[in-house]
Ligand binder design. Structure first.
Ligand SMILES: O=P(O)(O)OC[C@H]1O[C@](O)(COP(=O)(O)O)[C@@H](O)[C@@H]1O
Ligand SMILES: [Mg+2]
Ligand SMILES: [Mg+2]
Length: 349
């Protein structure tokens, strides 16, 4: 445990840094201020004026927008006015918004992640990604968001749960700050979070089992077989349906998350969005010693084709992520797997 405030942490990271890192720090401070306003709205629940259910509209992906989705989007966009940000992109807006063309940063946001859980009083959050803004005469603001995630300068998420926390990576480790109501600011609670290599817990929406491809089904079957199967140990299962909550848990105690592609209409690339969900989460996870893939390819190396594109997402404990890739590419993991593995089989997991 450590005790630096977010402000002190950012100051120490930028002390010998360049203008760009100072700009990144300024953006994070503004986002943190807006997140604390959102926290108040979330805390009021159904008693709050912003909490009267669905907005009636849908975003570019066809998801029903909640009033709070829209309100959060407005708050984050407003808080970045006057910040060193050239353009802003959000899950809730079809196209990026141009802010200050002379600025050097681009910010992509999922203003409220897990928003189907708002009414259920489950942890929800805000995911953000900070990229260098694309430059050049007549450059289209969308270009800034079509860079691979490995170019991110910073990424993080706020989680509005029993504790309001900020998970942040500036590219060298992942830090977790918890909001201290006593001090009125975020305070570092876990310095350089490290995800354990081995996982004992998997998170996937099991109701989609029949729609998954064989490799995913076999991986989950093997986890479910527990100590009697090829893994020779028992696995626990979780599904909160809130990406920020699942990520926080994995950072604290390890495990694996899967939202794979599946056979349902519209799910051939899974459900999660590359630019403002998968990329920032992958950046956070890799910087905490974990891994993030499409189940085969590294998320951070993908070049987005459009702002709202979906991507299959597998992340968490490094060894477990690698194992899932093997189910996809190594025929030995599938073919004769059942008779060869297991207590009396030839091979052990
Ligand atoms: O309801 P499903 O299909 O299990 O999907 C849950 C996933 O969808 C999400 O809620 C998508 O995010 P949004 O709420 O921002 O659209 C993730 O947080 C979560 O992992
Ligand atoms: Mg989301
Ligand atoms: Mg959202």
């Amino acid at each position: 445990m450590s005790g630096a405030t977010l402000e002190a942490y950012l100051a120490s990271c930028t002390a010998r840094g360049d203008d760009l890192s100072r700009d990144v720090a300024a953006v994070i401070q503004r986002l943190a201020k807006a997140a604390l306003d959102i926290r108040k709205l979330v805390n009021q629940g159904a008693l709050g004026t912003a909490f009267n259910g669905t907005h009636g509209g849908s975003n570019t992906d066809g998801d029903l927008q909640k009033d709070l989705d829209i309100l959060c989007d407005d708050q984050f966009l407003t808080c970045l006015q006057g910040a060193p940000v050239a353009c802003y992109a959000s899950e809730e807006l079809e196209n990026p918004v141009l802010l200050d063309p002379s600025a050097h940063l681009a910010v992509a946001i999922d203003p409220l992640d897990g928003s189907s859980n708002i009414d259920n009083n489950v942890s929800i959050g805000t995911i953000f990604s900070v990229l260098p803004a694309a430059k050049g005469p007549d450059v289209d603001p969308s270009q800034s968001f079509l860079q691979p995630g490995n170019r991110q300068l910073a990424a993080g998420f706020f989680i509005y749960g029993p504790q309001t926390a900020l998970v942040l990576s500036l590219g060298k480790g992942t830090e977790i700050f918890i909001f201290s109501s006593r001090l009125g600011c975020f305070v570092e609670a876990y310095k350089s979070a490290i995800i354990p290599e081995r996982a004992h817990e998997f998170a996937i929406n099991m109701s989609n089992y029949r729609h998954w491809e064989e490799a995913i089904r076999l991986y989950v079957d093997d986890c479910l077989a527990g100590s009697e199967g090829p893994r020779e140990r028992d696995f626990n299962m979780r599904w909160i349906a809130s990406l920020v909550a699942e990520t926080y848990r994995i950072l604290i105690r390890g495990g694996i998350f899967l939202y794979p592609a599946d056979g349902r209409k519209g799910y051939s690339q899974g459900r999660l969005r590359l630019v403002y969900e998968a990329n920032p989460i992958a950046f956070i996870i890799e910087n905490a010693g974990g891994a993030a893939t499409t189940s085969i390819d590294r998320i951070l190396d993908l070049v987005p084709e459009n702002l709202h594109q979906r991507v299959p997402l597998v992340f968490g404990s490094r060894r477990e992520v690698a194992r899932i890739t093997r189910y996809h590419v190594d025929p030995n993991m599938i073919g004769e797997r059942a008779p060869l593995f297991g207590k009396r089989g030839l091979f052990r997991a």
